[in-house]
Design a protein around this ligand. Sequence first.
Ligand code: XMP
Length: 325
Amino acid sequence: TWTPANIADALIDAVADQIGDGRAICGLSGGVDSAVAAALVQRAIGDRLTCVFVDHGLLRAGEREQVQHDFVGSTGAKLVTVDAAGTFLEELSGVSDPETKRKIIGREFIRSFEGAVSDLAGESADGESIDFLVQGTLYPDVVESGGGSGTANIKSHHNVGGLPEDLEFSLVEPLRLLFKDEVRAVGRELGLPEEIVGRQPFPGPGLAIRIVGEVTADRLALLRKADLIAREELTAAGLDNQIWQCPVVLLADVRSVGVQGDGRTYGHPIVLRPVSSEDAMTADWTRVPYETLEIISTRITNEVPDVNRVVLDVTSKPPGTIEWE
Ligand code: XMP
């Protein structure tokens, strides 16, 4: 019978066969798939795997630490972090269009990743090259990119960390035959912490596509605070199982009048977008209890400067998409 333990063993053996005594590299996004793929490969080839984490500055609170401490602590994997937040911000400056943001982020991601790869190749004392690139491709991704679905491309989407074109690697895709729930089970089997294994989907372009308007350091800081409050309270209310994901969106170009303390405010709205879904293709807005919404709204307006209004998105998909951009 197939248990997470023997699936993991079989995948580790297959990776060991594929890579032999070669070296591999894996980009970590902070998400489940790349973490589980990397953990499997680490078990198979140990320190001949190097993980690369590009911190683009668009992550949520605590996510960098999760990769650097929790992932490394539970796997022992070798990790290189690239601090690219400044570059990403500069490149995004003045840009409001969602698809342009995605293109810039995709391009800069590949640039940072390539930079890390050539640094590593230069450092390798024995002159051994890195021949393998690990990717956390799942079965549904394989099916989707087979082009069979016939659905229109609504957003340029997916995997910011696409394969750098001019790097010659053999692909290692240990999760190719698995569905998401199986990936989580294997991750738990490998001892990855629940915060990583149970993480809800989060888009590669990160908070950049949750700021409607230009991305700036101040806006990112503000959104990060609001997002953390929403996550904390939804978790505390025991709603994580019901919610597929809950984008928290800053309407940076909108201001509305409010009153707080003894003064008039003129601040931004934060949108809560909790959705329930099976596969993100369709979604319904989650009926979060009023009490929880109240706590989130009070905390965000009290604790996040320049935000004076919290609104709830009650649109299903279709016609809305899950993300606002
Ligand atoms: P939409 O907004 O199209 O989102 O209903 C469907 C799912 O895809 C995620 N998403 C992305 N993921 N890069 C990603 O890696 C992207 O550019 C991107 N845009 C949307 C979204 O979070 C949801 O899970």
